[in-house]
Ligand binder design. Structure first.
Ligand code: ISE
Length: 344
């Protein structure tokens, strides 16, 4: 992908968390977005912090994220700390009046996410973008475009497949929903252009004596407009990483295909490389995501998945957790969206 040659002023930003995701974002912003300047990094892991700072030429490093948010050289903040810190760090950025790109999930519960929405609404303008990066995947975008064009008629069904390769350790039901399936819940809302009003989640635990864990989860969806959906989230497929969606319309369907690599036929075999993880599968989406974010900071108009999307996906996530725990379908009561979140 070509480097961004924007003529607008460069944006000086800080990154909180320099692990897998934060490190990738910091490097993408440094190497792929000419209009972005990494000036500060924060992490409690000093060795990792210094390694990423050297790679990105960041002048300031902090163990305390609050110092980074307050620093006058930092105009905008990217939050890639562990999930449990997302809400508090995003709230601190709103309080400081600084644009923030927060990795998903925005919070660990809908109640926590709603406080962010309320803080943003009180300020009267969007400052938050949430890292639901599938909105920047070219194949997902094409599915969205063709469905929105009306060519395939009304959307009748959403199918989402989310296959994790198997290097993750045992995950709890809560973690699977808030850290992984939250992407699929957002894709369902975004691509169908409709809200989810009921879910029924069932799952297979890693072992019978650990019912708090989920190795594979199946979520059935009911949309407000009458359409239906289904999400399979496999946490340990044992062979690689795949994420795909398929939308069925009245006059056709549209779907993505994760398998982008060459098909090789050799010695009576037909084979294709399956990607390792989300960093490989969504490599260009991550670049386009930060590029769009920097552009929105330059223009002073927030764009992309919003705090509302972060909240709405968590509201559905809470219902999925309750459903998985109770074995019953659970209704989702989605409140009215505030005006600042209406997309053009
Ligand atoms: C991870 O945190 C991500 O965000 C990936 O996109 C997702 O596929 C994976 O399941 C999560 O653990």
């Amino acid at each position: 992908m070509s480097n961004d040659k924007s003529s607008l002023r460069p944006v000086r930003f800080g990154v909180i968390g320099t692990g897998g995701m934060g490190g990738r974002h910091a490097r993408n912003l440094t190497n792929e977005v000419a209009a972005a300047q990494v000036v500060a990094l924060a992490d409690v892991d000093e060795a990792r912090l210094q390694a990423v700072a050297a790679a990105c030429g960041a002048a300031h490093t902090f163990a305390d994220a609050a110092e980074l948010i307050r620093h006058p050289d930092v105009e905008a903040v990217l939050v890639a700390a562990p999930d449990r810190f997302h809400a508090a760090l995003t709230a601190a950025c709103i309080e400081a009046g600084k644009p923030v790109l927060c990795e998903k999930p925005l919070a660990l519960s809908a109640a926590e996410a709603l406080r962010i929405v309320e803080a943003e609404v009180a300020g009267g303008r969007r400052l938050v973008q949430v890292g639901l990066m599938r909105e920047y995947d070219p194949a997902h975008l094409r599915v969205k475009q063709i469905m929105d064009s009306g060519a395939l008629g009304k959307a009748l069904a959403f199918h989402g497949t989310h296959i994790n390769g198997g290097t993750l350790s045992w995950r709890t039901v809560e973690d699977v929903v808030t850290n992984s399936a939250v992407h699929d819940l957002h894709s369902a809302r975004w691509l169908m252009g409709d809200e989810i009003v009921r879910v029924f989640a069932s799952y297979v635990p890693y072992s019978a004596d650990r019912p708090d864990t989920a190795r594979l989860m199946l979520i059935q969806l009911q949309f407000r407009g009458g359409a239906v959906g289904r999400i399979e989230c496999n946490m340990e497929a044992g062979y690689g990483y795949e994420v795909d969606v398929k939308l069925t319309g009245e006059r056709g369907s549209a779907e993505t295909n994760s398998l982008r690599s060459a098909v090789v036929r050799h010695q009576n075999q037909r084979g294709q490389w399956v990607e390792e993880d989300w960093l490989q599968r969504f490599d260009t989406a991550y670049i386009d995501e930060v590029r769009a974010w920097i552009r929105s900071v330059q223009l002073g108009v927030a764009d992309g998945p919003s705090a509302w999307d972060g909240f709405a996906s968590m509201l559905v996530a809470d219902a999925c957790i309750a459903s998985a725990r109770s074995g019953q379908p659970v209704d989702v009561a989605m409140p009215e969206m505030a005006d600042i979140y209406r997309r053009a």
